[in-house]
Design a protein around this ligand. Structure first.
Ligand SMILES: [Zn+2]
Ligand SMILES: [Zn+2]
Length: 256
């Protein structure tokens, strides 16, 4: 079965609302905003693959600490799938032996804790029978969305993005997509901030949905936790005929 389990589905942290981590299988997660505080230790040890959509803090937040955990707890290696550009951003600014140790060379360079696996836009890769097609989306830094597929079932995941025809074209072209996970970060009132930071509001998402050529269930994520009620109120006033629901943490979305 194909599913997505939001471990953390917010664009920041507040109380129990956590930064972005989406679990696709027991071994594989997208982004590391919430892993350590929200996944039990024995489940953390099963994670072998971390896919990073972009370098922003709410997405890489737990990566340095997870590397420390995997080394000190189990001497285990894990894979980090991301682009060369994003890898360099993480290495230059986080794992630079100043902010945090270089876990791509610890305990040894030959057999390190973090094994970077380079990925490229529009080049599909497969982990445990699930394929991932990286799509370039429209964010303030290089950023990935995905078409995630198992057999004849697929869903689209926008990552952090503003208006993005490339993402829309992929959703329209890929007939096996059953569900779209789409970011919404700010309420309509703060559209100027959404535009400046390359995110979406419900009314901006509404105009994106008008370009989708069939009716699909939409699950939103990356809401700013302190503005959640206002964003959901705006979502309830969207013009689209599609069902638009805010993701809930620990509530899996099954692709059927
Ligand atoms: Zn973000
Ligand atoms: Zn971002």
């Amino acid at each position: 079965m194909l599913s997505i389990l939001p471990i953390g589905c917010y664009g920041s942290d507040l109380d129990h609302k956590k930064c972005i981590t989406m679990q696709i299988s027991p071994t594989t997660i997208i982004d590391t905003g919430a892993m350590l505080s929200s996944i039990p230790t024995e489940e953390l040890l099963k994670i072998e693959n971390v896919i990073i959509t972009h370098c922003h803090f709410d997405h890489i937040k737990n990566l340095p600490i997870f590397a420390d955990f995997m080394l000190s707890m189990a001497m285990k290696q894990f894979n980090v799938y991301t682009t060369e550009t994003i890898k360099k951003q993480i290495m230059d600014h986080i794992l630079n032996n100043l902010i945090w140790p270089d876990f791509s060379a610890l305990p040894t360079r030959k057999n390190p804790t973090i094994n970077f696996v380079p990925i490229e836009f529009e080049k599909e890769f497969v982990i445990d029978g699930i394929s991932y097609l990286p799509i370039e989306v429209n964010h303030i830094v290089e950023s990935l969305g995905f078409i995630i597929r198992k057999g004849k079932k697929a869903f689209a995941y926008s990552g952090d993005t503003s208006y993005c025809d490339n993402f829309i074209d992929h959703v329209n072209d890929e007939k096996d997509i059953k569900v779209v996970c789409w970011e919404v970060s700010f309420p309509n009132r703060l559209e100027n901030i959404a535009v400046a930071s390359k995110h979406l509001t419900p009314s901006m998402l509404d105009s994106e949905l008008s370009k989708i050529k069939r009716n699909l269930p939409i699950h939103t994520f990356h809401l700013k936790p302190n503005l959640e009620n206002e964003i959901i109120e705006d979502m309830n006033n969207m013009k689209t005929q599609m069902t638009v629901t805010a993701m809930k943490q620990k509530k899996p979305i099954n692709i059927v």
